[in-house]
Design a protein around this ligand. Structure first.
Ligand code: ZN
Length: 458
């Protein structure tokens, strides 16, 4: 007697944080029902996909996305963000508390969720709350409503409605978040240092890439990381350092970590794949904060990945309309990179192919670690029986060159346009449902099934 399942994916290589092994995966009612050899002899699938020669990864968890809705939906919006993330293999994402209407109160969180509910997205979408001055009493209410953590800035965010924290707000906020066993995520650049340097450099008339980078030096990031890490040690607050751009900043967190501070570290694909020289060539499209760094800092980030000192890689997709990006004055251009769709592609090309980073490490950075850090494991970040059927089918050998038309987010901008990546997402499945299928999947993965029910096949 064969058990019925919704979907059987046969013959693929499974990638988990432990390693790579050949196995079939059976999916039923949105979950992984079984993993093992020759499942075709044991189950009767509604649909069958052939994955021979392909790799199956747990769906990517992008913990850092700016959907900008409600408030700046003309910059992005949930629907376009979700669509592009799906094409990049993302099945779970966390929406940042800006550049939407700031998510700094329960009411704002509820407005955001009401808007999100209207789209009925298949992905799992969770929200960050904000820690800003004068909203300390909102922390508990947002925590109780299920935010994944709170985000604060140690420097100007670029938006007046989302001010940085002063030392009192930061310390008091961390004490309160620690009492909740919550988590603080920090944009770590030293505000006063950036402000003073920016003013002096701008007064001199310089507005180019070198000037912008000089105004936000590695030292500003190191100073902020050192301070925040010490605060984490003092308060016991769980700290998540966002988008660290330099190996030096990763190193600056180690002192407090070695003494027991609970700190996790995020970096982003652009800090791993691009350096300051690329920024000089690409111009404002590659502007972000902290800025892209000299090559030796990029290399040190990769070394930190090898050493296990970096926990997560997230896109920090921070889009804006082209007219806000295309400015000659680098201080004026919007400081955010659009990258919702390319996290996995960058890690496969720059990490796996170019530097020999194991696939299991890539899975750890993009799904297992974030799932653990944010309490979603093993429902997410895993391919164990019982886990949500969130997975990505990848053809590692199939290259693609990123074109504007490939980008599914609202404003088709990327510092990676024209780049060729080895490793193509063939299909993205969330909760057992197909979110995205590459044109090349249809023939390659076959389409054998006796009926269609619930699941759309590639
Ligand atoms: Zn961000």
């Amino acid at each position: 007697m064969l058990d019925h399942v919704d979907l059987l994916i046969e013959g693929g290589q499974l990638v988990t944080e432990e390693g790579v092994f050949a196995a079939d995966v059976a999916v039923d009612e949105g979950r992984i029902a079984a993993v093992g050899p020759a499942l075709g002899e044991k189950v009767r699938p509604q649909r069958l996909w052939h994955a021979k020669g392909f790799h199956l990864l747990p769906g990517i968890i992008d913990t850092h996305v700016h959907c900008n809705e409600p408030g700046r939906e003309h910059w992005e919006g949930f629907e376009t963000a979700a669509r592009s993330l799906a094409a990049g293999g993302v099945t779970t994402f966390f929406d940042m508390p800006l550049n939407s209407e700031p998510t700094v109160s329960l009411a704002a969180l509820q407005r955001k969720r009401a808007r999100l509910a209207g789209y009925q997205l298949e992905q799992t979408v969770l929200q960050w709350g904000g820690l800003v001055p004068d909203h300390l009493d909102d922390l508990y209410l947002m925590y109780d409503a299920g935010v994944v953590g709170f985000k604060a800035f140690l420097c100007e965010s670029g938006l007046p409605e989302y001010p940085p924290v002063d030392d009192f707000t930061l310390l008091e906020g961390m004490c309160r978040i620690a009492a909740l066993d919550g988590l603080l995520a920090l944009h770590a650049e030293d505000g006063p240092m950036v402000e003073v340097l920016s003013r002096r450099i701008r007064d001199s008339g310089a507005t180019d890439v070198a000037a912008y980078c000089a105004a936000r030096p590695v030292a500003a990031e190191v100073a902020a990381v050192a301070k925040a890490s010490a605060y984490a040690l003092a308060t016991g607050c769980r700290l998540h350092l966002l988008h660290l751009s330099s190996g030096s900043a990763v190193a600056a967190a180690q002192w407090a970590k070695q003494r027991g501070a609970d700190i996790s570290i995020e970096t982003c694909p652009h800090y791993l794949a691009l350096c300051q020289k690329d920024f000089e060539e690409l111009g404002s499209i590659a502007k972000c904060a902290p800025p892209l760094r000299p090559q030796e800092e990029v290399q040190a980030l990769w070394e930190a990945i090898r050493q296990g000192e970096i926990d997560t890689v997230a896109s920090d997709h921070s889009p804006a309309p082209p007219e806000l990006k295309a400015r000659d004055d680098l201080f004026e251009a919007w400081g955010g990179i659009s990258g919702a769709q390319t996290t996995l592609a960058v890690l496969l090309e720059e990490g796996y192919w170019r530097r020999g980073i194991p696939l299991s490490t890539i899975v750890r950075l993009t799904s297992a670690n974030p799932a653990r850090r944010f309490g979603l494991f093993p429902r997410k970040g895993s391919l164990l029986p019982g886990s949500d059927a969130d997975l990505v089918v990848v053809n590692l050998e199939l290259p693609f060159t990123l074109r504007e038309n490939d980008l599914l987010y609202r404003h088709k901008q990327s510092p990676f346009l024209g780049r060729t990546f080895r490793g193509t997402v063939l299909a993205t499945v969330a909760g057992g449902r197909l979110l995205y299928a590459h044109d090349g999947a249809r023939g390659a993965m076959g389409e054998v099934s006796d009926a269609e029910r619930g699941i759309d096949g590639p």
